[in-house]
Design a protein around this ligand. Sequence first.
Ligand SMILES: *Cc1c(COP(=O)(O)O)cnc(C)c1O
Length: 392
Amino acid sequence: MARRKLQRRSLQFASRAIHVGQEPEAATGAITVPIYQTSTFAQSAPGVHQGYDYSRTDNPTRTALQKALASLESAKDCLAFSSGMGAATTAMLLFKHGDHIVSSRDVYGGTYRLFRRVLQDFGLTFSFVETSNVKEIERVMTRHTRLVWIESPTNPLLRITDIRAAAEIAHRHGALCLVDNTFASPFFQRPLALGADFVLHSTTKYLAGHADVVGGAICLSDRSLYERLKFLQNAAGATPSPFDCFLTLRGIKTLALRMREHEKNATHIANFLKDHPRVRRVYYPGLPDHPGHEIAASQMDGFSGIVSFEVKRGLAEARRVLGRLKIFKIAESLGGVESLAELPAVMTHASIPKEERKRSGLDDGLIRLSVGVEDIDDLIFDLKSALKPQGR
Ligand SMILES: *Cc1c(COP(=O)(O)O)cnc(C)c1O
């Protein structure tokens, strides 16, 4: 009786990250999901197989990853992709010539590039608006709008969009709402529960968490949308390798532990930078004076591990600071155990024209930190040394 009760009780997040989709393998009892490094599967008769026929279509290691991810996003289904952009491109194949998409203005640079420099040529039209002000979304909705694409927190200014309100506006106009949840991870934010129709991840970041694999995913609970996307996943073929799925699954097991540490260190660093004389501004949704703090607190369980800040003297000083960091490595990407620093204007957001960067409030002296899980004293010492005036 007691055991039955235990089974019926649903597992908590940290346990689901370790167990869902990851039951011991039937043939040998292997505790860890094997890497099914195979392209094809033997059939007992033509068209008769055990659910797998070709690894672009489905692969058991990918199935395990998809089940785990779906569970973490409280979604019915998940589809894994070869990269976050592979996921984004495939999601956009849901739309066609003449469809209108509304997107957050300071969206991930690669997403912006996909929308502006690729998909616009296929006849999709885009409005980039400040979605942290949901009235802006309402203002540009048309009868052709099919999708509202939200990033929250945004990259790199960590602006917060009210996901409940954005989804409500999208639905009222007959459009779908997608949330790129890469920066928060499902540990801190579950957009489907807030009304979004699908959640997109670059699993490259927090989910895999160790800067050793590139991947993407889409989680959703609408069956017919899922069927269409699954068809597109197979048709377009941006699928992850079994080994990539294994690495991502391995990373996910410790997501809860890592996210707690990322947030703890980020909070400490945001408070340190806030009071530093050479820093003009700190962007971190966990700071009470962050413009999106209250909405963030209402829709997230924590504020994640990215901190951006502007140095007072612009690009030259920002370059100098980066050059002096020792533990923080200068690199694109984020969400791994190691701390990284980057200059969006020169690196991740260089493909956005300067004028447009300026309009969206992205200063050339902005530094984005992906705060890792190293010892906080070492990280603070590193930042303190790098921010010292020159020659001291
Ligand atoms: C990295 C990233 C992407 C793209 O993912 P890749 O795995 O690099 O293709 C999309 N959105 C956000 C917010 C990201 O940080």
